[in-house]
Structures are given as C-alpha cells and as structure tokens.
Design a protein around this ligand. Structure first.
Ligand code: ATP
Length: 311
C-alpha cells in the first residue's frame, strides 16, 4: 500500500493531544492540553516564553513523553509516525556539518527516509536551488534556516512541526521562509508551528492556539481571538475630569489612563458609547477594533489572574 492510500483510508487527525500533562519538578509545563489538528490545517502555537510550546512540540515528536494523557499522530504513536517518515521536524537547535554542501547534506538525510521527495524538489521548495553547491558553513543565518527546512521536508512528510522557525531571521528572510512553508502546505500537508510573533501566527496560520502557563487559553482565528479578548477599544479625552466611574460603564473590561486620554477596553462598545454620551463625556471619542496584540495580552492576563488569585 502506498503512503497516499494510507492517507485516504484513515480519518484520524494529524495531531491529537488528549489531556496531555508534563511536569518538570514543580513546574507544570503542560497542564492538561486537548488539541486536535486536522489534516491539511496550518496551526500556530502562540505563547510567551515558558508557555509550554517547546514541551508540546517535544511530546508530538516523541522526544519526550507525557506524565498523563495521550499523544497521537495519525491515530498512532509519535514514534510510529516519525519512523514511517510521515512527520518532519525543524527544531530550535542544530546546525549541519559545516564542510559539506547544501545538496550533500539534504541528499544524506533523504537517504534515511523510506519514500523521500527528489532532493532537487526539496531544495526548490526551501528556496535553496541557487545555494545547492555552497558549503553549509558559508551560509547566512537565513540560508542555514532554509537548509533545516529542506531537511525537514525531504522525507516527504504529511505533517511538519516547526519550533519557532523564524527566530533570528530578518524581515525579508522571514517572508521568504513563510512563502516556502506555504508552498508545502498548499500540497495538502499539515503544518504546526510555534512562534512568539503574533503577526506571523495571524498571517500564516489557519488557526491560532494560544498557550499560557501550560494551558490553552484561546483557539481560533485571529478574529476569534480579538472577539474572545473583548471586542473594541474606546478612547476619549478626559480634560482633567475624574476617572473612577469609567470602569463602571456598561461593557467596560479595563481602563487605561495615559496623560489626558482614557482607553477603555469594552465588550459592548455601543453600550459604552451610549453611557458616555448620557454623561456628556464624548470628547475626541474614537472607537477602534482591538488588535491581535491587545487580544493576546488580555488572554494571557486572564490566565495569570486565574493562577494567582488576589490575596
Ligand atoms: P520559549 O518561548 O521560551 O521557548 P516555551 O513556550 O517553548 O518557551 P517550554 O520550553 O515548553 O516553553 O517550557 C515550559 C516550562 O517548562 C518553563 O517554565 C520551562 O522552564 C519548563 N521546562 C521546560 N523544559 C524543562 C526541563 N527539561 N527541565 C525543567 N524545566 C523545564
């Protein structure tokens, strides 16, 4: 049976974490994660430092085991999926031997897989055709990153897992990298990547999963996240008037005062604006959509509040 037939005959998701936990000493790096990634999806794991992203990636690749719960790739164990070449990974560390050429290193890795893609194709997908004969030690950081991408791709995997793939790349190299990743995803493959960069998650993923303190605090599109974090921002000039009452207005979730200007995050901007109008307090009023950045900060704060109740 060919790999493609296997792919069609099974309906299991590419990735399934079920109540997965992993602790290191007293640190609960993953605290009961349920996550399903369907085949063909591109999903971003977004979170601050220490949120649990790398731990999740390690469990998915079978590099580490959960203390509780289950981890499945294509309905089997991560070890089975990795051994059969269905998963490619690009981890944070690792630089190939400096003296060999790009083509040599990718060819070497290709030979370790049961049904690799042609080396030239992997090089083209990773944007390395022009650097194929260059020694790995002579590459720029961005080019070296693409070699790691080619290595992850050349086994012709159905799922690719990328742990912070664009760290330390400049804007142009980042864009080139994501174009390459898109080319791979367009073939119907599944991509799971971790990142600190909200814009990347929003631009390149079908779905964003926000991790914080080992838990999933949001799961959806960028738009869903903005809604979940509490809709809009209303800002107005205070002109020296008192501010305590602003927090009691309908819909208002939080109040931030900067100089003479107040910034209200609200779940119901219509109600907030009506209440402001009733108090004749509409000076230089502005209503804007919360940014993804605002949403991320709000969602992460909520977890912290939950974990650290007021004393
Ligand atoms: P970053 O964005 O900084 O890479 P992350 O979201 O990938 O962070 P993890 O590396 O998964 O986070 O770490 C989650 C938590 O588990 C952190 O508090 C970290 O210090 C802890 N941790 C991870 N690996 C180990 C380990 N091998 N031993 C002890 N603690 C660990």
């Amino acid at each position: 049976m060919t790999k493609d037939q296997t792919k069609d005959q099974t309906k299991e998701p590419a990735v399934a974490l079920r109540a997965a936990t992993r602790s290191y000493g007293t640190v609960r790096a993953l605290d009961g994660i349920d996550l399903t990634v369907r085949r063909g999806e591109t999903v971003a794991l977004l979170g601050r430092n220490g949120a649990g992203k790398s731990t999740a990636v390690s469990l998915l690749l079978g590099l580490d085991e959960p203390d509780g719960g289950r981890v499945e790739l294509f309905g089997g164990t991560p070890e089975q999926a990795v051994a059969s070449g269905r998963v490619g990974a690009m981890l944070q560390e690792g630089r190939a031997t400096p003296r060999v050429t790009v083509r040599e290193v990718v060819s070497f890795v290709a030979r370790t897989y049961p049904s690799p893609m042609p080396v030239a194709e992997a090089l083209a997908l990773a944007g390395l055709t022009d650097f194929a004969e260059r020694r790995v030690g002579r590459l720029s950081g961005g080019q070296a990153q693409r070699v790691r991408f080619a290595i992850a791709l050349v086994g012709n995997p159905e799922l690719i897992v990328l742990d912070e793939p664009t760290t330390a790349l400049d804007v142009e190299a980042r864009q080139e990298f994501w174009e390459a990743m898109r080319g791979y995803a367009r073939r119907g493959n599944t991509v799971l990547f971790s990142t600190h960069y909200l814009e990347e998650a929003d631009a390149y993923a079908d779905r964003i999963v926000v991790l914080d303190a080992g838990r999933i605090v949001a799961d959806g599109t960028g738009e869903d996240l903005k809604r979940a974090a509490g809709g809009n921002l209303v800002s107005l000039d205070l002109a020296g008037s008192p501010t305590e009452w602003l927090a009691t207005l309908p819909g208002v979730v939080s109040v931030e005062i900067r100089g003479d200007r107040a910034r209200l995050r609200t779940e119901d901007s219509d109600a907030t604006v009506r209440a402001l109008a009733a108090r004749d307090a509409i000076r230089s009023l502005e209503v804007t959509r919360a940014s993804l950045n605002d949403a991320f900060l709000t969602l992460s704060h909520r977890t912290r509040e939950r974990l650290e109740p007021a004393r």
